[in-house]
Design a protein around this ligand. Structure first.
Ligand SMILES: C[S@@+](CC[C@H](N)C(=O)[O-])C[C@H]1O[C@@H](n2cnc3c(N)ncnc32)[C@H](O)[C@@H]1O
Length: 256
């Protein structure tokens, strides 16, 4: 029988099976391109079922603030945080032009800074689009009030799989489930939204992607992997997103 130091007996893991909603589409690249870089409807659906009025909301990795503006339009008092000062400036300018109330944009590192530094009170919501890491889950749990919600969209592990390069920003369902559970979250919704764009030739991928993405892939070898995949007759590119809504458990043991 195994012996453990006192108080160090490992808890047997009880995996709660989360039902995952899946949306899979195969589209000609021109049709896929139409909505390729928009906020995922599956993410926006999670917002529609929440009452944001007068709630404190933190948008991590806010960029130009497009998700922050969705929460602000629903009545939330939003703080958007990003490392990129140019994008923050764009977000502030947009808020000014559109007269968006209750949306502030501040510089910060959301993987390092405790979230209470962004607000004197715990947040009611932490939201994020395409900015996710284990550190962010850790901080989100500690920055939310008990019962507060964490709603996000991140890359799924299958995202751009034809380039054979995993991303540190991408997660499979089970990894994310474990991460959330370890950080005292209970999952309310998990969905995977996948679009496979079909091409006839590699040149079309250049039109489909942003210039900066193509440049990056040429530099880091992903373009070559994709080119090999096309040469084998696999002329497609997968975009896949993991969408989650979870709440911070009220009765969880205090987190370190
Ligand atoms: C793919 S963009 C998404 C931006 C925005 N959420 C949107 O949907 O348009 C990822 C953003 O996360 C920001 N980011 C990455 N790591 C970060 C960190 N550690 N702290 C703050 N922002 C970060 C980047 O600067 C970038 O603006």
């Amino acid at each position: 029988m195994a012996s453990y130091p006192e108080g160090r007996i490992p808890r047997l893991r009880r995996r709660r099976m989360v039902e995952v909603v899946r949306q899979n589409r195969q589209l000609l690249w021109r049709d896929a391109a139409r909505h390729a870089f928009e906020l995922r409807p599956m993410l926006l659906d999670q917002f529609r079922h929440e009452d944001f009025r007068a709630c404190r909301v933190l948008d991590v990795g806010t960029g130009g603030g497009r998700l922050a503006f969705v929460a602000a339009a629903l009545g939330g008092h939003v703080t958007g945080v990003d490392l990129d000062r140019m994008k923050l400036q764009q977000a502030r300018a947009y808020a000014g032009v559109k007269d968006v109330r209750h949306a502030d944009f501040v510089w910060g590192d959301v993987e390092k800074t405790p979230y209470h530094e962004f607000s004197s009170e715990p947040f009611d919501f932490v939201i994020s689009n395409l900015c996710m890491s284990p550190e962010i889950v850790w901080h989100a749990s500690r920055g939310l009030r008990p019962g507060g919600k964490f709603i996000f969209c991140c890359h799924h592990g299958d995202h751009w799989k034809e380039t054979r390069r995993g991303s540190r920003w991408a997660f499979y369902e089970d990894t994310m489930e474990d991460l959330l559970e370890e950080n005292a979250f209970e999952i309310e919704f998990m969905g995977v939204d996948t679009i496979v764009a079909e091409f006839e030739e590699l040149r079309e991928v250049e039109l489909f992607l942003r210039d900066e993405t193509v440049r990056k892939w040429v530099e880091d070898g992903r373009w070559e992997e994709l080119s090999d995949s096309f040469a084998r007759g696999e002329k497609h590119l997968t975009q896949s997103y993991l969408i989650v809504k979870a709440h911070r458990l009220a009765h969880a043991a205090p987190l370190e």
